[in-house]
Write a protein that binds this ligand. Structure first.
Ligand code: PDD
Length: 276
C-alpha cells in the first residue's frame, strides 16, 4: 500500500477512512496523540513514544484501548504494510464515541486512530527563520493533547511573517516552538527548557541531552530569555519529523550559525542512531 489508516481495527487507505462524528476527538479534541518517524520499516524510538503516549493518556485520565505492547505491535504491523522505507507515523487515542456531552461517557472504550504515509527522508535545514509570539497556551503543555489551536495560530503567524517556525515566549522566557522544542548552544554549552509543564517533553530534545552526555558537551536544562536566544551561537529547532533545523534569523535579525561543529556532531549522532 502507498499509505495506510487504521481505526479500531478497520484498515483502509488514509483518504478512505471514515470516523464517526461522535468520536470525542471531533467535538472536544478529547484525546492525545503521538508522531514518530519510520526508517527502513522500523519505528524510530518506539519505546520513547509509547511511554509518552501512556503518560499523556494518564494525565487526562484516558484508559488506553490496549496495552502499550499491543499498541506497539499494531503500529509495527501497519508500517510493514506501507511500501515506502521512510514513513511519518501518527496515532491518536480519544475518549471514545458518545453523543456530545462534556462529562466522560460511561463504559465506552477509547478509540485508536493511526495513519502512516511516505516521507522524503531525514529533514535537516540550515535556513530556519523564527518569529516570536506570546505563549498564551494553558499550563499543561507537557500533555501531547489534540488541542493545538494556539499552536496552529502561532505557526500561521510565523508563516505570514516569512518564517518557518514560531517561538513561544512566556514572561520573557522562551518555552518551545509551535510544533518543536527550541534549544541553544552558547560558548559550547547546550541549553534547553526544563521538561516541566510549560513544554512538551520532546523525544528529540531527550535524544539531544543523551548525545551531549555521550559527546561530553555540557548541558543545562533551564529556561532562557528571548535575548539569550537572539545572542546564542546556535539555535536548534527539533521534532520527530524535523530533527535538526538550524536557525539563521529571529524576528528579522540574523542569529545563530556560529558553532557549526557542534551542530554537525549532533547530526552525525542522529544518523548513527537511526541506522541502528
Ligand atoms: N510535534 N513541542 C511541541 C508543541 C510539539 O508539537 C512537538 C512535536 C515537539 C517535539 O517533540 P518530539 O521531539 O517528540 O517530536 C515539541 C509533532 C512532531 C507534531 O505535532 O507533528
Amino acid at each position: 500500500m502507498n499509505d495506510i489508516a487504521y481505526y479500531n481495527g478497520k484498515i483502509t487507505a488514509i483518504n478512505d477512512m471514515m470516523i464517526p462524528a461522535n468520536d470525542r476527538g471531533f467535538y472536544f479534541g478529547d484525546g492525545i496523540y503521538e508522531a514518530a518517524m519510520v526508517y527502513n520499516h522500523k519505528i524510530f524510538a518506539l519505546e520513547d513514544h509509547l511511554d509518552r503516549m501512556a503518560n499523556s493518556a494518564a494525565m487526562v485520565r484516558i484508559e488506553l484501548p490496549y496495552s502499550k505492547e499491543r499498541i506497539g505491535e499494531i503500529l509495527t504491523d501497519l508500517v510493514n504494510q506501507v511500501e515506502n522505507d521512510c514513513q511519518f507515523l501518527y496515532w491518536q487515542i480519544t475518549r471514545g464515541t458518545a453523543p456530545r456531552n462534556h462529562l466522560f461517557p460511561a463504559q465506552v472504550p477509547s478509540n485508536l486512530y493511526v495513519y502512516s504515509k511516505p516521507c522524503k527522508g531525514v529533514e535537516m535545514s540550515d535556513e530556519y527563520k523564527l518569529k516570536s509570539v506570546e505563549d498564551i497556551r494553558f499550563h499543561c503543555c507537557n500533555i501531547k493533547t489534540l488541542n493545538l489551536l494556539l499552536n496552529v495560530l502561532a505557526i500561521q503567524t510565523a508563516k505570514e511573517n516569512g518564517c518557518q517556525e514560531a517561538v513561544f515566549v512566556r514572561d520573557g522566557m522562551v518555552t518551545e516552538g509551535s510544533h518543536s522544542n527550541i534549544s541553544i548552544v552558547k560558548d559550547g554549552v547546550f541549553i534547553t527548557h526544563p521538561a516541566d509543564n510549560l513544554v512538551l517533553p520532546g523525544i528529540e530534545r531527550k535524544h539531544l541531552l543523551a548525545y551531549c552526555r555521550e559527546l561530553g558537551i555540557p548541558a543545562e536544562e533551564r529556561a532562557f530569555t528571548l535575548d539569550e536566544l537572539k545572542a546564542a551561537d546556535e539555535i536548534l529547532v527539533t521534532s520527530t519529523s524535523h530533527p535538526s533545523m538550524r536557525v539563521m534569523e529571529v524576528d528579522g535579525q540574523p542569529a545563530g550559525m556560529k558553532d557549526p561543529e557542534t551542530i554537525a556532531r549532533f547530526r552525525a549522532k542522529y544518523m548513527e542512531d537511526i541506522a541502528k
